[in-house]
Write a protein of this length. Sequence first.
Lengths: 388, 260
Amino acid sequence: MSYELSEEHREFRHSVRDFAEAEIAPYAAEWDRKHHFPVETVQKMGKLGLFGLTAPEQYGGAGGDFTSLCVAIEEISRVDQSMGITLEAAVGLGINPILTYGTDEQKQTWLPDLVAGRALAGFGLTEPESGSDAGATKTRAVLDGDEWVIDGAKQFITNSGSTITSLVTVTARTGERADGRPEISTIIVPAGTPGFVAEAQYDKLGWHASDTHPLSFAGCRVPKDNLLGERGRGFAQFLATLDDGRVAIGAVALGCIKACLEMSIQYAGERKTFGVPIGQKQGVAFQISDLKVMADAAELLVYRAAALKDNGAPYQEFKQAAAVAKLYASESAVTATRIATQVFGGYGFMEEYPVTRFYRDAKILEIGEGTSEVQRMLIARGLGLPVE
Amino acid sequence: MKIVVCAKFVPDATADRRFRSEDNTVDRAGVDGLLSELDEYAVEAALTVKENGDAEVTVLTVGPEQAADAVKKGLQMGADAGVHVIDDAIHGSDAVATSLILAKALSKLEADLVVFGMGSTDGGMGVVPAMVAERLGLPAVTLGSEVTVDGTTVKIRRDGDLASDTVEGTLPLVLSVSDQANEPRYPSFKGIMAAKKKPVETWSLADLELSGDQVGQAAAWTEVVEVTARPPRTAGTIVADEDGSGAAQLVEFLSTNKFL
Ligand SMILES: Cc1cc2nc3c(=O)[nH]c(=O)nc-3n(C[C@H](O)[C@H](O)[C@H](O)COP(=O)(O)OP(=O)(O)OC[C@H]3O[C@@H](n4cnc5c(N)ncnc54)[C@H](O)[C@@H]3O)c2cc1C
Ligand SMILES: Cc1cc2nc3c(=O)[nH]c(=O)nc-3n(C[C@H](O)[C@H](O)[C@H](O)COP(=O)(O)OP(=O)(O)OC[C@H]3O[C@@H](n4cnc5c(N)ncnc54)[C@H](O)[C@@H]3O)c2cc1C
């Protein structure tokens, strides 16, 4: 199988790059400084069709492949990780669960606005006491007549409290299975439902322009029909949702690595010490060579995983490739930002250069949508190892 | 309604632009090029008119082989069809000849509304729209910003420094739009995929009933006699304030160079 991008993908990359350079790059530092979530820019990304790349045309999407989405995420992330993750989460965690598990009516109701970027959806899985161990969900939903009554709390939820958030999907215990383990289901909670509150934004290390909130549910009632997918299938559903998300996070990381590479090459050619550009010193140049290796390797892994999905490869093969891509790309991104800030010397610690922002933004890539440890666990399992 | 956008393929201003030493014309063949940014406003204006009514948008370009990229970009943005006039004899054509070729092609296309950019980003004479209108005997409204079409009536707002005026005309009409007219869209993935299936015709001078001696460098009314590269930027002057006379030296520099 070939992982070369097609001519259309390359032309699309060009278009998204033009957009990102003109509409995002000049403002990213200010949004970061002000912790501002730029709704207007999100909507411009919507007009460019980025949120609907993989959605069918009947909901306003482009009916494109997963590779095209990765290209878009990579290019946006190359100039701004916050907007990259906004897109990644909006599609991977917001739109995909509804597209994959929703009824026709749920799709008709929610997808057109989400696909057009007029609205955003959050995906509430993580809780104060349940992250990697997502099965330990404590949030409960009890059926009362024709309504689910939801009580509990979610945390660190992306795109969940913006002015254009139209809904969050949440996982909740809806009962107990025969084997005594909790039955987990997924439920759609429209924004503004009484009893559902998106609390104040977090004060984060990075991703300042991305919208992240704790959510609380107290006697929150939604119609019975807001169940997303099958009752009791919530656990399996979000695991599958996360597999796609991993590749997409790999694309966010890839954008970060490429940005580090480009910034470092430029700076190493300009900055002089001891009368010569620092790029003339092997100590600097060789580190930048390493960035190139990371960029190429991450690119191959991310687009291999995307191609496996697009070509309908056996699920286990895709799942393994997704975990490998996410693990390598995210850990490389953290290393790449460390190298790039080192190349910039003291300026690498000053907010006047974007490299500093990338340094702060990168760390979360090793944590969100499955930590590095979780990826290693998945890979080991895929290898047939009896890992716990 | 049939809208035709005249869009020029120009060398990329951010890349290396140069002249051919043998005939002092712009080197269009060996360089990276693109749809002139100013013509993106024309494409956008046409697409906006189309979205608000019933129209077919054709992108027309005159230029060498790579100029097909300008047509393609227009199609990716959402135009319906493309026409590329290409002929070796066109090389070196001046604005007068360019307008002749465009006018012939526009007649053949039976355009109701012709939309131009305000000027190319290479030649930049800003005269081709008026010349084409003259040749076609059509009214010309230049430097428009907002354009609305209602039946055969076109309303065009033109924004000046002191006032805006709105001009009304009747189709068929020639229009140029300014770079304040709109925000040109970026090609979407859907647009890029759809463009592959859109019809593009390639016409030669013979298809337009023109002969090679009516165009090209030999027929040009003007001639570029000399081309000199802009001298490289000099290093600048650094005033070192070693003895407290720095301020005086700065004032001296500014006044001798008449900056003050
Ligand atoms: C900015 C941001 C945005 C987020 N967006 C969302 C969102 O939109 N939706 C959502 O549901 N969640 C979201 N999350 C949550 C994120 O997915 C979790 O933080 C992540 O999965 C880790 O869970 P945790 O924080 O509970 O860590 P824990 O699970 O408590 O892990 C703590 C440490 O223990 C390690 N560990 C845990 N279990 C094992 C094991 N079995 N073996 C080895 N090591 C282990 C982990 O790798 C980690 O290093 C977001 C988080 C952040 C910071
Ligand atoms: C360096 C240089 C050398 C030149 N050499 C000569 C020379 O030797 N002899 C000579 O007489 N002239 C020469 N010219 C003039 C050149 O031929 C004109 O620039 C050209 O004919 C078109 O005019 P313009 O680009 O200024 O168009 P403008 O009048 O600035 O263009 C206005 C609009 O017309 C449309 N348009 C213009 N050209 C095209 C096209 N090819 N296809 C489709 N639409 C188009 C676009 O909508 C554009 O926005 C030279 C110009 C330059 C810069």
